[in-house]
Design a protein around this ligand. Sequence first.
Ligand code: COA
Length: 165
Amino acid sequence: MVLTQYNYIIRKFNPNDLEAVIYINRTCLPENYSPSFFLEIYQNCPDGFLVAESENLSIVGYIMCRLELGFSEFKKLKLVKKGHIVSIAILPEFRRKGIAMELINKVLKFLNEKKIDECFLEVRTTNEPAINLYKKLGFSIVRTIPGYYLDGTDAYIMAMELHKT
Ligand code: COA
């Protein structure tokens, strides 16, 4: 656990945090999931599900990541191990403090240690803050999925290569 200059800590999710994480998800994103979905992601990859907790012990943001096997976004027809950032959100009053950067960097460090080959995520082509964030961290847009979201918005798949063998 690391105490940062903004007085929050980043720590692993535990199932007692579920209600707070669901609240943030519903407040910040149109993509909402059932409680069992969050717990499935947690079981798939407990080290890739992190929360940011403020001084008064309230949770202000989360990231959740799933481990998958799939075709590389960078090398033709090569099966690779992938970390899939399924969801990330920070409560509005805690944004622009570097919390999302820190959450993603910690997940990337974990994926690198696990020798996962690539990390990827979906993002609305209209979500400029998130696209800027991912570009700043080294992700690039690798393809577009037309009409990916329920409201018809297109998604970018953004990805980055991790450890090189
Ligand atoms: N406009 C433009 N760029 C932005 C931005 C904004 N509103 N918010 C973040 N960024 C970019 C900037 O490059 C920023 O660096 P800077 O502050 O030095 O300029 C960088 O991202 C890091 O920002 P950070 O403070 O770590 O991000 P955050 O903690 O505010 O969280 C989101 C960013 C996207 C997670 C947050 O806005 C959010 O929860 N949005 C709603 C949920 C969402 O869209 N999730 C992503 C779904 S794919």
